[in-house]
Design a protein around this ligand. Structure first.
Ligand SMILES: *Cc1c(COP(=O)(O)O)cnc(C)c1O
Length: 222
């Protein structure tokens, strides 16, 4: 199926309250343009430099999401344009985002990444850390960031029951945080293999790559 028809199919099948993030990491600008021409405006990348290079050449009405792990010393390269940073997992990182956003006179939206998977390799905070972060005096002083929700990645497994439980846990964490912080609106969960399950469990934002653009080739791009 072409990128265009895949985008159109997703736009017509996803519930209206669910935002589609087209995950375009490793894919050439021509592929992003094909998705753009089919009406897609939200793109997700996991490398800051790659995202900045694409931002520079693509239409300016694209909303850029950083979905990968963020190193503090690279925040400055995306502060001018990034719309939503999904992988925020510490106050230290939030402070750096705030500092860089201030330089551009912007507010940058962020999601707290919550660890829901069993695997050690997945980044994220636990629920208690997230509660403490949002309640801290230091956090309330940050004026150029806005925490608008949570993000999580389920374990990479065929075990549907496990994935379902992990999504459920993220929804529970979200509800808990949202009681005190009503500005939280977004639950970013679900990828190509599990987004339908994620939506059933309350996802409002799905991050879909390979089922739109095809399998990724991991040879490093020059
Ligand atoms: C790559 C990536 C995705 C998309 O994965 P697909 O399986 O290709 O849909 C979603 N979320 C994150 C954080 C990713 O790094």
């Amino acid at each position: 199926m072409s990128i265009k028809s895949k985008i159109q199919e997703l736009h017509s099948s996803l519930p209206k309250n669910v935002t589609l993030v087209a995950v375009s990491k490793t894919k050439p600008v021509a592929d992003l343009l094909e998705a753009y021409d089919a009406g897609q405006r939200v793109f997700g990348e996991n490398k800051i430099q790659e995202m900045a290079e694409k931002w520079a050449v693509l239409p300016k009405d694209i909303s850029w999401h950083m979905i990968g792990h963020v190193q503090r010393n690279k925040v400055k390269y995306m502060a001018e344009f990034v719309d939503l940073i999904h992988g925020v997992d510490s106050l230290k990182l939030l402070k750096e985002i705030d500092k860089q956003a201030k330089k551009h006179n912007r507010t940058i939206n962020c999601l707290l990444q919550i660890k829901i998977a069993e695997e050690d390799s997945k980044f994220g905070m636990n629920t208690t850390d997230a509660i403490d972060l949002l309640a801290s005096a230091e956090f309330t002083q940050l004026e150029n960031i806005q925490v608008v929700g949570v993000m999580g990645m389920a374990t990479f497994t065929e075990n549907t029951a496990q994935v379902q439980q992990e999504f459920k846990n993220l929804k529970i964490t979200f509800d808990q945080l949202q009681e005190k912080h009503t500005t939280l609106k977004i639950i970013s969960m679900g990828m190509s293999s599990d987004y339908e399950l994620a939506i059933k469990k309350g996802s409002t934002m799905v991050r879909i790559g390979s089922s739109i653009f095809g399998a990724r080739n991991y040879t490093p791009a020059i």
